[in-house]
Design a protein around this ligand. Structure first.
Ligand code: ARG
Length: 456
């Protein structure tokens, strides 16, 4: 049965009904829809818009419907247009005329604007918790590998020595900002649109602050057209989620590289890697690759939301029904990615010897060699040039700065003495980088302590 009986003489064409309906994807908001209706009915009763006894009957009926759906006793009818229609229809079937009063001073337009906000607030909270879970694992791994020397890269070329703990904590900083962005997005979606009606509020003497309080919102939307028209909170959440996926995809890419034979810095646990159907030797980082790939999907969701909303006249337009699949997909995808990524990182085996070996090649202590000369009084540019000449000489001789004999050093610059060998030892290069935010072991441990305190 359609809601708009009266004006119409025919039932909606079946295929058009399927096309028009959103119940296949909005039924996941049944709890929020019922919660919103209970608040609305309570408020109508308190304001004297409906009889208090009717309000009570409505609330009881709605609670019954909620528990029956949860227990699997009541099936959501896929033929209904949406979850709002289904719940109201079900209530009316059970209560008769009292059920018909629920929709007084309300429209599906403010109902849907409410339900998505309630639903996404919860989702944002649970995603924040998940990111904190990943942050905990990052802190654990960083603590264990605080002093593990590895090459740091720019342009994917070995650049300067860092520690693996430092590298991991870089992701912790990004994820902390992601948490902040999700919290911000949550703040702005935390406004109650109920009472906006279809677009122009209502002539009934309702009190919107009551539903705001009952539903736990921190504020009430201040313009009825805006309350039902915008989906900026979906776009904002999806933007924040897209940035989470940028971070996860970069992290995944590095995991993939680190797992390769070319690097072999880490090895994934068997439980979080896959084999090949044909190559018996293969151990593939499929999980990391999928996370990297799914970033594209979340960006697609953001593009969908932006494009659906672009150019829409106020207020509600049916186009806006397209918001839900996109934002739900983004939320689901990020949840799945975090669920898979976190234990993969937790169980990853770190191979410090391989990192150390890679750090020993590629002249990543060349800057430190130049700095050694600077500390002896040379201008940095002269020291830079002398070190460059030494690197070229090493390449000629097939040596490293550590193994290059003293006479070669002296031939380029007579300021060099035996002390250079200590100055360019990788451990010292890392230990001396103790500036705030630096890669030295003690700094990494400080960074871990700070992050651990922030995610308590
Ligand atoms: N199912 C719709 C949506 O998801 C909400 C209902 C409002 N529809 C309407 N024709 N006024 O956006």
């Amino acid at each position: 049965m359609k809601l708009w009986t009266g004006r119409f003489q025919k039932e909606l064409d079946q295929t058009t009904n399927d096309f028009n309906s959103s119940i296949s994807f909005d039924s996941r908001m049944f709890e929020e829809d019922i919660e919103g209706s209970i608040a609305h009915a309570t408020m109508l009763g308190q304001c004297g818009v409906i009889e208090p006894s009717e309000a009570e009957a409505i609330c009881r009926g709605l609670e019954e419907i909620r528990s029956e759906i949860k227990e699997g006793k009541l099936e959501i009818d896929p033929e209904q247009e949406d979850i709002h229609t289904f719940v109201e229809g079900e209530l009316t079937q059970r209560l008769g005329s009292a059920g018909k009063r629920l929709h007084t001073a309300r429209s599906r337009n403010d109902q849907v604007a409410l339900d998505i906000r309630l639903y996404l607030k919860k989702q944002a909270d649970s995603l924040i918790e998940q990111i904190k879970g990943l942050l905990k694992v990052l802190c654990k791994q960083a603590k264990e590998n605080a002093g593990v020397v590895m090459p740091g890269y720019t342009h994917l070329q070995r650049a300067q020595p860092i520690t693996f703990g430092h590298h991991l904590m870089a992701y912790a900083e990004m994820l902390l900002r992601d948490v902040g962005r999700l919290e911000d997005a949550k703040k702005r979606m935390d406004a109650n649109p109920l009472g906006s009606g279809a677009l122009a509020s209502t002539t009934y003497g309702i009190d919107r602050e009551i539903t705001t309080r009952l539903l736990g919102f921190s504020s009430t939307t201040q313009n009825s057209l805006d309350g039902v028209s915008d989906r900026d909170f979906c776009m904002e959440l999806c933007s924040a989620l897209s940035i989470v996926m940028v971070h996860l995809s970069r992290f995944s890419e590095e995991m993939i590289l680190w797992c390769s034979w070319e690097f072999k810095f880490v090895e994934l646990d068997d439980a979080f890697s896959t084999g090949s159907s044909i190559m018996p030797q293969k151990k593939n980082p499929d999980i990391a690759e999928l996370v990297r790939g799914k970033a594209g999907r979340v960006f697609g969701d953001l593009t969908t939301l932006l494009t659906v909303m672009k150019g829409l006249p106020l207020a509600y337009n049916k186009d806006m029904q397209e918001d839900k699949e996109a934002i739900f997909d983004a939320v689901d995808t990020v949840r799945m990615c975090l669920t898979a990524f976190t234990p993969m990182l937790d169980t990853m085996k770190v191979l410090p010897e391989n990192m150390r070996k890679a750090a020993a090649g590629g002249f990543i202590n060349a800057t430190d060699c130049a700095d050694y000369l600077v500390k002896k009084g040379l201008p940095f540019r002269d020291a830079y040039k002398a070190t460059g000449t030494l690197v070229a000489r090493c390449l000629e001789l097939g040596l490293t700065l550590e193994t290059l004999p003293m006479e070669e050093y002296k031939a380029v610059c007579d300021v060099f003495d035996q002390g250079v060998y200590e100055a360019i030892s990788l451990e010292k290069c890392v230990d001396d980088r103790k500036v705030l935010g630096g890669p030295a072991r003690e700094n990494v441990l400080e960074q871990v302590t700070r992050v651990e305190a922030l995610i308590q």
